[in-house]
Design a protein around this ligand. Structure first.
Ligand code: DGL
Length: 289
């Protein structure tokens, strides 16, 4: 058990390169309705998935530093790319802080597949990450499932910035999903937190290729459960006081865009704060790394 460094009333910090982390946030809100939450969309730096690992690590440390300066009691890395690249470095930097990452759900996929063939949709950076490849090898050895890795170049961007262009989205989904189904995959891992946000479009594309059931694996629910476990173990769960918990949005790009995304994707209207892309710490003009 860690020594609580901050009171249970402190917020939980959640971040992603953009709105992808909403697919995790909605589970956290459902499971932990009393927690104050601070959601950071690092949109000025998106996408993370096509950047070299050391660049992602440096940026993730900067975002985490920004959130730590806002006195978050725990961190949720609501981004597979950032988790695979940087969660180890983050844990070393903040050894006292509960930190939950998101990784592609290879284990649940291996348990679900009947054909033994699993397609993994994720960013290039996630699929090239040493941590991910180790996990893939471990699960393959333990369960015998075969994983077809499909880097989805541009897909997170299309979801983030595509302004509801359903034709462009569908064309991209066709390109990435059809070959996996043709090779016998009956289970698809949504290995980027942006992808569950377009689950209906993914299901529609699958339906054009097969009448058989194809399982979609998203780990947002499991991440929220892990956060609840870690907060509980650290004595950091916030008791409800009858008041609704706070949610604050932060973005390194446009507040109007994040406000619109909160409304469209989650039906929520939290206060949204714009942060300089250099991620100066609150109350300081010095960029922090
Ligand atoms: N949402 C992020 C993930 O889960 C990726 C998006 C990006 O490339 O920035 O991997």
């Amino acid at each position: 058990m860690t020594t609580p460094a901050l009171p249970p009333d402190a917020p939980v910090g959640i971040f992603d390169s953009g709105v992808g982390g909403f697919s995790v946030l909605r589970h956290i809100q459902a499971q932990l309705p009393h927690e104050h939450l601070l959601y950071f969309a690092d949109t000025s730096f998106a996408p993370y998935g096509d950047k070299p690992e050391h660049v992602v690590i440096e940026r993730v440390l900067a975002v985490a530093g920004y959130l730590a300066a806002h006195r978050v009691k725990a961190l949720v890395v609501a981004c597979n790319t950032a988790t695979v690249a940087a969660v180890r470095v983050l844990r070393a930097r903040y050894p006292e802080m509960p930190i939950v990452g998101v990784e592609p759900g290879l284990k649940p996929a291996a348990a679900a597949t009947r054909t033994g063939i699993v397609g993994v949709l994720a960013t290039e950076r996630t699929l090239a990450g040493e941590k991910f490849l180790l996990l893939r090898d471990q699960i393959h050895q333990a369960h015998g499932a075969r994983f077809l890795l499909q880097p989805c170049v541009g897909l997170a961007d299309q979801i983030e910035f595509g302004a509801g262009d359903t034709q462009a989205l569908e064309a991209m989904l066709q390109r990435y999903i059809a070959p996996l189904l043709a090779q016998g995959a009956d289970t698809l891992v949504l290995g980027c937190t942006h992808y569950p946000l377009v689950q209906a479009s993914i299901e529609a594309v699958i339906g054009q290729h097969t009448a058989a059931e194809v399982m979609l694996i998203d780990t947002g629910d499991a991440v929220a459960r892990q956060l609840a476990r870690l907060l509980g173990a650290a004595g950091l769960l916030r008791a409800g006081d009858g008041q609704p918990a706070r949610l604050d949005g932060f973005t390194s790009a446009s507040a109007a865009a994040l406000t619109a995304a909160f409304s469209t994707l989650l039906g929520q209207d939290p206060p949204v704060h714009e942060v300089e892309a250099s991620l100066s710490r609150p109350g300081s003009a010095t960029p922090h790394i």
